[in-house]
Design a protein around this ligand. Sequence first.
Ligand code: ADP
Length: 269
Amino acid sequence: MTTVNIKISNSSERELFYQQQNNEVSLFEYAYSHQLPVLIKGPTGCGKTRFITHMAQKLNKPLYTVACHDDLTAGDLVGRHLIGPNGTYWQDGPLTKAVREGGICYLDEVVEARKDTTVVLHPLADDRRVLPLERTGELIEAAPGFMLVVSYNPGYQNLLKGMKPSTRQRFVALRFDYPSPEIEQNIIIEESGVEPHIAFKLVELAQALRKLEQSDLDEVASTRLLIYAAKMMSSGMNPMEVCRCCLAEPLTDDPDTIKALMDVASIYF
Ligand code: ADP
């Protein structure tokens, strides 16, 4: 059995702060009202998961989040037979639970999942809205509020792992990116409690780092990393040390690139 990293949230949890970037909230609501599945693409740490959590809270829906990886099988999503004291019994997986309860199933980094998972996603992601459970012979009709949401980071994709056009074409697709400077500053302040002038400098630094020649970097500094840095700085840690451990080291292993990133940081801190 493979490890399935599932997070189940319900609407009674503390409402999380979400700063809208464009019109994604109303787009999502329209898709939901028409029972259409949603695909969100965007770089790591730009707010995709936070957005879905916010929408689940706003729409008052249970949320099943599955972090996809290359061992994840269709069985991990739909469920499996287990052996108990009274013999074998069937246990629903996160996708099946969301389908039965009319919840949201969010598959994070869906392109990482094994190809056999698309077999179960297809009939759910078009107007059939059914989930066939091969192993029990059941054909479950999705409850009215059920919504399938998937995300991936286009930057990680390779030809083998790209999403098949026949799968992509079943989704309403939203593109996310790092927020504009004003919005990002606000998010950092809300999430870390840091002084506005530090948040301002961190955003300026991130803007500069994101513009750097990226040949040695797979990824640029994310909003998530800026929040880490803001938290560390607001608790009194030396700002340049923070830049090293929150912005330079997480982005690269190459000493020359780290030095280049730290040179830019020294302009701001
Ligand atoms: P992703 O799923 O895109 O990798 P997350 O949703 O986990 O990224 O975002 C990383 C962190 O950045 C969140 O935990 C949150 O603190 C913050 N964040 C990013 N965008 C927003 C936003 N629009 N509103 C509130 N917080 C945000």
